[in-house]
Design a protein around this ligand. Sequence first.
Ligand SMILES: [Zn+2]
Length: 147
Amino acid sequence: MLSRTEIERLAQAAHALRPDWPIKSLCTWLMADHASRAYRDVAVALAYIATDTATVTPKRMNEMGPWWSAVKLAGSDATALHFARCEEPGHGSYPAHNCGACRAEDLEADTATAPPATPDPARAEVSTRGADLARAAIAAARGQEKS
Ligand SMILES: [Zn+2]
């Protein structure tokens, strides 16, 4: 979580690298879109984007791009980046903190919880008893019909 002072320092740093980016706009944008991130993470991504010749506005940092890879390489300070993706092979489309593919694999690999046996022997006994009772009742009814 960025403090107001950290946001102002980051905005000033980006403005120093890109004088055409106004400090006030940078502050507003950082507060709105990146205040939940770690100070160093934003500093790394912002330095990348500000010195990138293909970048026109700082808002490009909101997209996925090599600036976030740079953050990752630098060793992210964040506890839970909502942009971070699962690092397992083939899981890149899932967020790191909530990977559906990892959950599915965990369920698949979970042999401790055996699937329920079908039919459940205890229930099979009950249903056999029930069927016997039904047969007996039907036979009794037929017996009454015959007499
Ligand atoms: Zn995963």
